[in-house]
Design a protein around this ligand. Structure first.
Ligand SMILES: [Zn+2]
Length: 200
């Protein structure tokens, strides 16, 4: 019987370095490739977006998003980046964490995975509250297209004060600007946004 060794071999290699590893990404790769390095962008006056990685550094991992290993890869990225954030910043108050458009696609919602990794006694995710009502795809599209075709977000959450907005990638910033405006109209004050990667 050759099946078992083949299956074990296939499952037990790090997808980055290909060395034998029980986790999908080995500890050594997490400790080198996935150490967060915060970058900042101001997408609207006073509103900052912090990203943990530069897009090019983690692009192959982000591209697993809609594959069969996407959820597992996003859980690792979430743990290394958002988990690091919650352990290093103390807000001294309760803040709501709002994932952008966490409708499940390919069986899971990638922004919900990121928001969950932030959860602690201060940071409280609220799922299913900020959804797009347009399914326009921004992939490969320029700023002008994105601004002509809004995501048409609707906020259905409770009346809260401060929030952190969560998304996986910032490209032009159009999505986060729109999300921020919709939240503000509902009386929410977005403090800043967190994204895994900055594609600038
Ligand atoms: Zn590795």
């Amino acid at each position: 019987m050759q099946i078992l060794p083949v299956v074990v071999q296939w499952f037990m290699r790090c997808i980055v370095c290909q060395k034998y590893s029980f986790p999908l990404i080995c500890t050594a790769c997490c400790q080198t490739l996935l150490v967060p390095s915060l970058t900042t962008r101001t997408v609207e006056k006073e509103f900052k977006v912090y990203s943990f990685y530069r897009y090019a550094e983690v692009a192959p991992l982000l591209k697993t998003k809609h594959t069969h290993i996407g959820a597992a890869v996003y859980r690792i990225l979430a743990r290394e980046a958002f988990g690091w954030f919650k352990n290093n910043f103390d807000f001294q108050e309760r803040i709501t964490v709002i994932p952008v458009d966490d409708r499940p696609k390919s069986g899971y919602a990638h922004t919900a995975i990121l928001a969950k990794a932030l959860e602690n006694s201060q940071l409280k995710p609220r799922y299913g509250t900020l959804h797009a009502t347009s399914d326009v795809s921004y992939s490969g599209q320029k700023l002008a297209f994105r601004e002509r075709h809004p995501r048409a977000f609707v906020y259905r959450g409770e009346n809260i004060s401060k929030a952190i907005i969560i998304d996986d990638i910032i490209t032009t910033g159009t999505t986060l600007r729109e999300a921020k405006k919709v939240l503000e109209k509902s009386g929410v004050t977005p403090m800043f946004a967190l994204t895994l990667a900055d594609a600038r």
